[in-house]
Design a protein. Structure first.
Length: 176
């Protein structure tokens, strides 16, 4: 489930339930950044703090170096964005819920990473944990192709350009 408050299209709410048995490690047909190996999962800390907020912060810190180095200026598939207190899917999201959703996606899709929207100028809101697939593309259509080739429709995945400078306009592309 993501809530998009940073695109030109307004607010978009989408579910994150992916079809069982889908293999997200399938290499896209064209356009990933040269350093991207879709079969290689990002490094993650073997031990997370018991406090869910601290665990989320630790994951972001661990993923940040790779995300900024490899994906700044690139288009990525975005799977989810959540902030504490958001109401979606019949509940009010707390850090433990956001962490559980992210961990499930990380297990389901290799290369999933977590970013803090405040670290990137391409997000309108600066207080969301955003789950992305850490494969960078030069063209948003290639990120959208990753979404569809992994069985994720327009309510579950879209293309997001990650930029540490500039603005948020034009950095979101939805599937048709």
């Amino acid at each position: 489930m993501f809530v998009n408050r940073d695109g030109d299209e307004g607010s978009t709410v989408a579910a994150t339930t992916a079809p069982a048995g889908e293999d997200a490690s399938t290499a896209p047909s064209a356009g990933p950044s040269e350093d991207a190996d879709p079969t290689e999962a990002p490094e993650s800390s073997p031990s997370l703090p018991a406090d869910p907020k601290q665990a989320l912060d630790q994951i972001v810190t661990t993923d940040r170096k790779t995300v900024v180095a490899d994906l700044d200026g690139k288009w990525v598939p975005q799977l989810s964005s959540k902030k504490v207190g958001i109401e979606a899917e019949g509940k009010t999201w707390e850090p433990k819920d956001i962490l559980a959703e992210h961990e499930q996606m990380r297990k389901e899709y290799p290369r999933v990473q977590l970013v803090w929207s405040g670290d990137f100028a391409s997000f309108k809101e600066d207080d969301f944990w955003v789950t992305i697939v850490g494969i960078g593309y030069d063209d948003p259509e290639d990120a959208l192709s990753w979404c569809s080739s992994n069985g994720l429709g327009p309510d579950n995945c879209y293309a997001k350009q990650l930029n540490t400078s500039g603005g948020y306009e034009g950095t979101t592309r939805l599937q048709d």
